[in-house]
Each structure stands twice: as structure tokens, then as C-alpha cells.
Design a protein around this ligand. Structure first.
Ligand code: 5RP
Length: 260
């Protein structure tokens, strides 16, 4: 691996090999998501606990101060919306020149395995890897399911993650599921746990994150379960402890309770 690629990855994945990414890219297909109407205000109290910010170029340029000392993972796929025909019909939205100009530490692209647009989104990933490898920029693949949340089982996610790794993703972000070790074991590159819709309780979040980490994930990319919480700072602190301090569920709950 070349120096630039290693250097960028080391900014995102800390010395313990773990990472806590904060996604605020939801608006790219669903508009002004609840609690993310003003993204800069949403992240202000929590970003200090995170190792990377997953964001589109539009929000980055419009509201994120360039002085903010957090590595950027640029969301570079899109072109669809919640009210459109098919969320899977994504293209690459951001040129390699833009990616470099914005000093991205990595880029993120969704793939929709098993969808009508499977080939198109897999080629989005492969072509992006071709371009980004030339400049030492890591590509994070996102195994997306659109509205078909029921697809998220170990068999499907293992298949999708492995394909992303085969096409050159440096990191794969995927949903937690039962038997998550099967997903991680079949994937030769690091796996980061995605969030999904807000859980009913904090404990549920700590449980799936802890389980995923025990089963080999290197970290999380968790948005709504943090910034849609009534206590986002307490959530961020507790999750950071699971990721970087090996806290268990009970310890995370204690940290949450003390911080809220
Ligand atoms: C959407 C994404 C988002 O980054 C991610 O899903 C958002 O995080 P969360 O689900 O935890 O709110 O990749 O496809």
C-alpha cells in the first residue's frame, strides 16, 4: 500500500485499529432528515468523539468549517430520492478532481446487490476504485438495501460485503445482523457497522455495536442512533467507549447515564 493511502487510512482508523465514523449524508436522498436540518449544529457537540465525518460535498462546502479537525469521508454516490422510482439507481456524483480539491480522506459509495441496478452500482464502485487508487484515496463501500430492510441477514450481507472487497473497497460498511461473524469472516477487508433507523432504547444500540465489535468489526458508522437521541453527547461518549476502550454494554450504559 502506498504512503498516501496508508496516511489517509491512519487518520480514519486509529492506532487501536478501530474507528467511529459519524454519517450526516442522509439528505442526499431523503432531504432534511429529522435532527439534521442544520448539520453543523447537529455535529458541534458530538464530533469530538468521532474519527471521521461522512458527508456530501454540498453540505461540506455549505456548513462545515474547513478548520474542523476531523477527516472527511466524502459521499460520492447519489442521484436518487425517497420519492423517486428506485433508490438503487445511483450514479457517481462527484469527480475525482473534487474529491482531491476537498482533501477527502476517503470516499463512500453505495452498492445495491440483488437489485435491478446491481451491475451499475457495482461498476460505480469498481470505477471509483480505479480512479481513487491512482491518488491513494481509500474507497468505503456501503452495502445498501434501500427500503428493503428485511434483506439484512448474514447470508445476504456476507455476499454483498465480499463482492465489495473483491472489487477493491478498502473498507466495507454494512448492517449488523445475527451471526455477524459470518459477514466479517467472509470479508478480507475491514468491516464497519452501519446504523439504520433509530432503535427503541440505548441498550439495543450498545448491544448490537458491542456484539459486532466482538465478532470482528473495526468500528461503526452510526448517525440517527446518535444525533436523533434525546442525549446525543451521552450516546457518542458511550459508543466511543465501546469502540476505543473496549467497554461492554453495562459500562456503556453507565457512561450514558453519567453523561446525560
Ligand atoms: C445511507 C448511509 C448513511 O451514511 C448511513 O446509513 C446513515 O447512518 P444511520 O443509518 O446510522 O443513520 O450510508 O445509505
Amino acid at each position: 500500500m502506498d504512503w498516501g493511502m496508508k496516511n489517509r487510512l491512519s487518520k480514519l482508523i486509529k492506532a487501536d485499529g478501530h474507528c467511529f465514523f459519524m454519517p450526516i449524508d442522509h439528505g442526499y436522498f431523503q432531504g432534511p432528515t429529522s435532527c439534521l436540518e442544520k448539520p453543523a449544529e447537529t455535529i458541534k457537540p458530538i464530533i469530538q468523539y468521532c474519527d471521521g465525518l461522512f458527508v456530501t460535498r454540498g453540505v461540506l462546502r455549505a456548513v462545515i468549517p474547513p478548520e474542523l479537525n476531523v477527516p472527511i469521508i466524502l459521499r460520492v454516490s447519489g442521484g436518487t430520492s425517497m420519492v423517486g422510482k428506485d433508490l438503487a439507481n445511483e450514479v457517481i456524483t462527484t469527480s475525482i478532481d473534487e474529491i482531491i480539491r476537498l482533501n477527502a480522506s476517503a470516499v463512500g459509495v453505495s452498492v445495491f446487490v440483488g437489485s435491478e441496478h446491481e451491475q451499475q452500482t457495482l461498476l460505480n464502485l469498481a470505477n471509483l476504485v480505479n480512479q481513487c487508487e491512482s491518488y491513494g484515496i481509500p474507497v468505503m463501500a456501503v452495502t445498501a438495501v434501500g427500503k428493503e430492510l428485511e434483506k439484512r441477514d448474514a447470508r445476504y450481507l456476507a455476499l454483498a460485503c465480499r463482492i465489495c472487497a473483491e472489487l477493491g473497497a478498502k473498507v466495507v460498511k454494512t448492517y449488523w445482523c445475527e451471526h455477524f461473524d459470518k459477514v466479517v469472516c467472509g470479508c478480507p477487508v475491514p468491516v464497519v457497522i452501519a446504523g439504520g433507523p433509530k432503535c427503541d432504547t440505548e441498550r439495543q444500540v450498545f448491544e448490537f455495536v458491542y456484539d459486532g465489535m466482538q465478532k470482528g468489526a473495526i468500528g461503526i458508522n452510526l448517525g440517527r442512533n446518535v444525533w436523533q437521541s434525546a442525549n446525543p453527547v451521552a450516546m457518542a461518549k458511550a459508543l466511543q467507549a465501546i469502540i476505543h476502550e473496549n467497554a461492554n454494554v453495562k459500562k456503556a450504559q453507565d457512561i450514558f447515564r453519567d453523561a446525560k
